[in-house]
Design a protein around this ligand. Sequence first.
Ligand SMILES: [Zn+2]
Ligand SMILES: [Zn+2]
Length: 466
Amino acid sequence: MISIHFCGAVGGVTGSGYLVDTGKARVLVDFGIFQDGDDQRERNRSLGPVDPRRLGAVVLTHAHIDHCGRLPLLMANGFTGSLHATPATLELLEVMLEDMARIEEEDTRRINRRRRRAGEETIRPLFTSQQVGQLLQRARPMRLGQMAEVATGVRARAVEAGHILGSASIELHIDQDDGERCLVFSGDLGPGGAPILRDPEPPAAADLVVMESTYGGRPRPDTRRAVAEFKRIIEQAAAAGERVIIPAFAVGRTQTVLYYLAEAVREGRLSPDFPIYLDSPMATRATQIVGAHPELYDDETRRLREHRQLEADLRGLRIIESVPESIALNDSDHPCIIISASGMCEGGRVIHHLKHNLWRRNAHVLVVGYMAEGTLGRKLLERPERIEILGEHIAVRADIHRIEGFSAHAGHEELLNWLSPMTTTHPRVILTHGEDEARRALALAIGKRFGLSAECPGIDDVIRLE
Ligand SMILES: [Zn+2]
Ligand SMILES: [Zn+2]
């Protein structure tokens, strides 16, 4: 008998983690941090049902922090198994986890200074960069399509998920006394037709499917309209000699933005010499990793690369490395586009660019990503008269634009189409990674179209497969 323990991303979209126990081995699929809810810090410290000493392997779908952010915790608790993911995911994982460790260590130092003065007990960081290093030593690259033995009687295969570079859905082939069972974990599924990446590829058959439901019951936002709006704003701002600040997540969104800027140049809507600054060390590293994996591109991006077209289009692109260079950008007010992180304006260099440009009438902020409740990015979207940044009150005179539609997730119909080929083997279908309303809507549609009754487990529920 096989059991699956649901450690997160049920009734929400963060904290993904599924512990599979085959009777002979334990394998963990994803182990991310919770980013929604109030008691995040404590929840993220918890390993739940996972005993790292008894864990044979971890298989990771992709490098987003809500899927991988708790993995280094395993190292402090005796994990000696192996970590399997695609080569691109492993490269991005290093970038993501090192950045998170650095922020954790800095935050903890600051919190502890305050706690010591107050005579309170000090706290430990969630994990350290040393633990990230130890984790990465256990990494075993797994190419798309290739079957790899990950633990006793468990083989894993990764297939394209089209969500971010390296993202994969995972098939686990598990030996049981009466034959093999195949479990499929969708991971996060991308939308069809996203730039750079190939479309998701559904596995052919399964006994059980755990699938995401982010856009259950809804179409995803219209990408075509979003891209048109994005280019219109860029074109007008550049023509008027104005500044555009684009806060963007380092992995995924930054590269999408660069791709559409290149397209705007190709269409003659933006001069190839108009300065574009990429000012985020993490986004720069992520962009280099994307550049190093042409084998994962879709046909269009591959063609552009063969003709060295993207470099030609983006010849106005400047990479900002040092902090003084970043500061110098705001000593002048020359027209330019600045792409910077963090994505939700909660830290990083983008904060400084906002502080120095929001008060200008001839500036624009282009919001292209999700802004969670309580973040500076979300506050900006409410277009306040003034806003507090780094202890200073800044007038908001810049135009704030919101572009919805650069989503990295499949819409309702695309989710159903992904599941469709597997329904011929009548699998059990388990829905996760979506708000409850979205899960219910998708479950209803799956029942109607395929006659399967999809299950919606809660946190710490255990599902058994005969
Ligand atoms: Zn993701
Ligand atoms: Zn996710």
